[in-house]
Design a protein around this ligand. Sequence first.
Ligand code: ADP
Ligand code: MG
Length: 210
Amino acid sequence: MRKILVASSKGGCGKTTIATNLAAYFAQDGKRTVLVDADRQGSSMHWAEKRAGMSAPVLAISGLRADWNEKIPQDAQIVIIDGPAGIRSGEVAELAHDADALLVPLLPSRIDLEASEHFLQEVSRLGRVKRESLAVGLVANRLKPWTTASQEAVEEIKRLPFPLVAQLRDTQGYVLVAGLGKSIFDYNSEIIRGHQEDWGKLLRWVKKQG
Ligand SMILES: Nc1ncnc2c1ncn2[C@@H]1O[C@H](COP(=O)(O)OP(=O)(O)O)[C@@H](O)[C@H]1O
Ligand SMILES: [Mg+2]
């Protein structure tokens, strides 16, 4: 069973978008996939409810109750945890205690990067991160590659002490499909295929963990 936590101290950076798209990718790939929603807003739970009845279902479990780990079926192959807003490193340590990887989404603006710096410092001090038993990957999200702000942010992110494992562009596609309980991996148009390619490196990185 491979476990991936998506977390950041910042709200609105793309945790749910990344968690739901990852879950759908693995479900499409035929893996028994569980999505744990640890955020009070319950966006991942709602997303999975809308997905019920589709061909690549994802089992959603609320991560708000202390015993959520026991609710994960023994035969699950992939568990994705959608972290709560405002998470501190102590909670990360708890949620990720047996996870294989932590993905941290980052938005491409100086203010957002500065807001995440402290969180990343805390993460780098976690015992499991120091011992390299918990891999940390950074995801630049909502990039507008033609803008100076995005280009500078990517350069800045590359200087951080964790690998940049994906550069996801800003597209209404993510917003539209999320509202339907879907992901970009549930579609096959030329435009969407371009966005699927943005995930190639991230998917290879995730598959290497654990
Ligand atoms: N790459 C992207 N392109 C366009 N919109 C995005 C992208 N990633 C996230 N969003 C949108 O930004 C908002 C916040 O994203 P969300 O995944 O809910 O963040 P979080 O879970 O960290 O609060 C949502 O409306 C979502 O659809
Ligand atoms: Mg969310």
